[in-house]
Design a protein around this ligand. Structure first.
Ligand SMILES: [Zn+2]
Length: 300
């Protein structure tokens, strides 16, 4: 298979979920062999989307090179990997990628409407010599990367949540990323959202961009309070335990979103690796540590 880029440039605008800062982002075609790079609008400074540039993984993945940082890069990177874009430049004029609808759908819909551009060099699939395993004792999370004949991702989430239960989700190149993974939106627990609003940590969260999981009993007043902050007239808690600001596309949409995040974070290895990547309760910290180990193991 040959490398691919985009047919043309696509612009997205909106607020970042965490900073609330408005950004204008243009994703453009790039020459073969250049990979995915972030470009600072003001002076054209380039930062490769590689695990070696990860600077923070608190609630989202942030990349920094010199004094150039971009936060919440995981959704756009997942979209590019998922639809099969090898080379692209993401020009940004703000500190954070727009959250859009909380999924990767706006990106995949835009790219796939025009199809991708074939390039001439073959796409590289790198073989892994030995298994990679990373774990986090505190959270009980782990990621195992086992050599295989093609890339695949499997994940299990277990937040000890009655609402979410234990969810699994899988992806390989035979799965239609756009319809099965990209559409799945980010999620947050109701008890967290109160804390996040109180601490100004989700300034961009005033649009329909998150599934809200209501794990513990809440009062009508608490719900009305959050509804006001989400800019909604009236929302309630449905019988499954989700806030009715939106309805789910899949019963395991939250697990599928974690898979979307995992794919985006692992793409920071900068190569497609022939390996089965299995994640248990993965988060941005462990995902990007795994990507860094793949980057090291496959660096020539
Ligand atoms: Zn996410």
């Amino acid at each position: 298979m040959v490398q691919k880029t985009l047919k043309k440039s696509y612009t997205f605008t909106g607020k970042g979920l965490h900073t609330g800062a408005f950004s204008r982002v243009t994703i453009s075609p790039a020459p073969e062999g250049t990979g995915i790079n972030f470009k600072r609008q003001s002076d054209g400074f380039l930062m490769p989307a590689l695990a070696s540039n990860v600077s923070s993984t608190a609630r989202s993945t942030k990349l920094t090179l010199g004094d150039f940082s971009v936060q919440t890069v995981e959704h756009v990177l997942s979209a590019l990997y998922g639809v099969g874009v090898d080379n692209a430049v993401i020009t940004v004029d703000g500190p954070e990628m727009p959250i859009l609808d909380g999924s990767a759908r706006p990106y995949t819909e835009a790219f796939l409407a025009d199809g991708l551009q074939d390039q001439s060099a073959p796409r590289q699939y790198i073989d892994l010599k030995e298994e990679i395993y990373v774990s986090d004792e505190k959270s009980g999370s782990w990621i195992r990367i086992t050599p295989a004949d093609k890339p695949s991702f499997d994940l299990t989430i277990d937040f000890g949540s009655k609402v979410l239960g234990i969810q699994t989700a899988s992806y390989d190149e035979s799965v239609d990323y756009a319809s099965q993974i990209a559409v799945c939106r980010t999620f947050v627990f109701f008890h967290e959202i109160e804390y996040l609003f109180a601490n100004n940590l989700i300034k961009g969260g005033d649009v329909d961009n998150a599934i809200v999981v209501v794990e513990h009993p809440v009062t009508e007043e608490q719900v009305d309070n959050i509804a006001a902050k989400l800019g909604k007239e009236k929302i309630s808690v449905n019988s499954d335990g989700y806030l009715t600001n939106l309805s789910l596309y899949f019963p395991n949409e939250c697990g599928r979103h974690k898979l979307l995040d995992l794919i985006g974070d692992i793409s920071l290895a900068g190569v497609r690796v022939n390996a089965r990547i299995t994640g248990y309760k993965p988060g941005h910290g462990i995902n990007t540590r795994a990507a860094a180990l793949i980057l090291q193991a496959t660096d020539k």
